[in-house]
Ligand binder design. Sequence first.
Ligand SMILES: [Ca+2]
Ligand SMILES: [Ca+2]
Length: 196
Amino acid sequence: MPDPKKRRQKRLHKKKHVTRGFTLIELLVVIGIISLLAVMIVLAINPGEIQKKSRDAKRLSDIATMRKAIDFTITDGGGPPQGSSAVHFTADSSGTKTTSTANNYIGLNVVKYLSILPDDPEHISGNSTLVTLSDGITKITRDNMRYFFASDGNFYEINAYLESSDNNETALNDGGDSALRYEMGTQAGLNLIVGP
Ligand SMILES: [Ca+2]
Ligand SMILES: [Ca+2]
């Protein structure tokens, strides 16, 4: 017949053992593992790169949208854009964005196809914060992150800087003369706007 006192003591000992909890070293190891996993997740997700890609996606979309609006307007007899072979019309998205007038930065009334002209998502007038472009080296200010437009009165070029290194090839192989600008338009060689 087992001694009831000993049985109680055994139960108490077992309970004490079960509720012992973590030692400080065990806690530190767990915190270390969680911290390491958190860092690995942040590095894998890379929120900065996701934001760059998101802004680039908007730029590619904006340029395509403006190109359609310009081309449809010209086809409709609403053009050509301002400028001449002697004096090119040049402007950028820091200027007027109203589409119901030719006094905007693309020099053409495109209101039939577009309600307002877009601006670069990183552009802030007068802001000198540097933005790294898609080659991962060249930096320009947020003030200069704009959409650029030029026309010789017959043909035009419109372009934007890109940020994500994933889009470096896109800016490089668009048929234009700038390695860092994503260029579109009707000018052969897209050389109405030169530069980085
Ligand atoms: Ca280019
Ligand atoms: Ca160009």
